[in-house]
Design a protein around this ligand. Structure first.
Ligand SMILES: Cc1cc2nc3c(=O)[nH]c(=O)nc-3n(C[C@H](O)[C@H](O)[C@H](O)COP(=O)(O)O)c2cc1C
Length: 431
């Protein structure tokens, strides 16, 4: 089932027939709908439809991948460890129509928030190639600066940045309108040289096709493909932009992507992603959970579950549930979690009786099982996330902290378990 077939079949899909503008109006409606998927059928500035909120919860991703929510970490882990080759096709839906002229104003790119620097592509999967490493997939928010140009946000020292620094000028494609297998594969951080399309294919079989202007494979069933060249020497302002933390990121000079070819499906659907909201958070945080899970287990601590939770912007905080065997397990798990997600700022380790999806339970563990002078691990002046407004602007230096909220194994007379209250069936008492 392709992405568009999936949208059409969603039982809770909200169809909006009224004419809606890409300028602040669509983003307002997406925000109000929160976790409900939406299809705008009539866009004021464009002939194309726009969809959003397609994968705003773990449940929606699990439904698409055909697994249960508690199987997501093993499913993602299996895909990262067992990449498989997608089927190659000669003719692809994403190349059905080739636009005669390059005019980005014909595409429904959204202007999300009034203080943003422009219209941004936020859901696009970027595909680039390197002579030694092969293909890379990732995301780069792209601000439209002309009818054929974007300035592209490139975080330093990630694979795309390495590709561009070594090649100076390189072809790339932005693919829009993808299912959860391609989106989540692109959002993982794996070894350089690992083609994330092969991770996507293990999550759910996909088809790929050769790009039109360079020797790379792209998802055949996506909705739009923007191909062109990015040049390290051509720079332009990028931003301001409200990102994952729902705070405004600064204006930076960033490389320009010049679009030379646009292809799309007949009656293509544009995939929007509202920055900072649920769908963005799931896509950022969820692919970090398997990497944390793996590192904690490798450190010899039995990890049961990980939640890179929305309260921590689905990026800066991780809650890790362990089956504690020794008094050192908490601190070992903290160090391992930081290894598994380098941008994480605060890690919370809890016992198996604490529900890591329940804020009150995690706070209860902190209130009853934690002593700051003994159970806190502080990493001062470490490189953190470029998204953290409280980190130093240029270097991203930050103070990381790990909180061991697990109960002591030897309780010295005290009890750290939640008491069991007597149960009653209220129907027997209320009339
Ligand atoms: C929705 C979304 C938006 C992102 N936006 C950017 C961005 O604008 N610039 C950037 O460098 N990384 C961005 N990222 C993170 C990159 O995709 C991240 O570097 C990638 O997942 C790791 O890939 P790599 O290991 O190949 O470097 C974004 C990730 C997601 C999920």
């Amino acid at each position: 089932m392709s992405f568009r077939e999936h949208i059409e079949k969603m039982p809770n899909l909200v169809r909006i027939k009224k004419k809606v503008s890409t300028n602040l109006e669509a983003s307002a409606v997406i925000n109000e709908l929160a976790d409900k998927p939406v299809l705008f059928e009539n866009i004021k500035e464009s002939e194309f439809k726009v969809c959003a909120n397609i994968f705003p919860t773990k449940q929606s991703v699990a439904d698409y991948l055909g697994c249960k929510v508690d199987e997501l970490i093993p499913t993602l882990t299996k895909a990262i460890e067992n990449p498989t080759k997608p089927k190659i096709v000669e003719k692809a839906p994403c190349q059905e129509v080739e636009m005669k002229e390059i005019d980005l104003d014909k595409i429904p790119i959204l202007f999300h928030l009034k203080k943003d620097g422009g219209k941004f592509i936020t859901s696009g999967v970027v595909i680039a190639k390197h002579p030694k490493y092969g293909q890379n997939l990732d995301f780069h928010r792209s601000m439209q600066i002309a009818k054929n140009k974007f300035s592209i946000r490139i975080v330093k020292n990630r694979h795309f940045d390495t590709f561009l620094n070594e090649q100076k000028k390189m072809p790339m494609a932005i693919c829009i309108g993808n299912g959860a297998e391609v989106l989540n594969a692109a959002a993982t951080s794996v070894e350089i040289g690992q083609n994330e399309l092969e991770i996507a294919n293990t999550l759910k079989p996909i088809r790929v096709v050769k790009a039109k202007t360079f020797d790379a494979y792209i998802p055949a069933d996506c909705e739009f493909v923007l191909e062109g060249t990015i040049d390290l020497e051509e720079l332009a302002d990028e931003g301001p932009f409200v990102d994952l933390t729902e705070t405004q990121d600064i204006i930076r000079q960033q490389p320009v992507f010049t679009v030379t070819k646009i292809t799309h499906r007949k009656d293509a659907i544009w995939q929007a992603l509202l920055p900072g909201k649920l769908e963005h958070k799931i896509l950022m945080g969820m692919p970090r959970e398997p990497t944390i899970f793996k590192k904690v287990n490798e450190a010899g601590v039995k990890c049961l579950d990980v939640n890179v939770n929305p309260g921590g912007c689905s990026w800066l905080h991780a809650r890790v549930q362990i089956d504690k065997q020794t008094d050192e397990d908490g601190k070992k798990a903290i160090e391992a979690a930081f290894e598994g997600h380098k941008s994480c700022k605060h890690v919370f380790i809890v016992d198996k009786d604490i529900d890591i999806y329940n804020d009150q339970e995690v706070e209860w563990a902190m209130a009853t099982r934690f002593q700051a002078h003994k159970r806190i691990v502080i990493h001062e002046k470490e490189k953190g996330s470029s998204l953290d407004p409280s980190a130093k602007s240029e270097t991203h230096y930050t103070t990381k902290a790990g909180f061991d909220l697990t109960a002591k194994l030897h309780t010295e007379g005290k009890n750290f378990s939640k008491a069991e209250f007597p149960k009653a069936n209220l129907e027997d008492y209320l009339e």
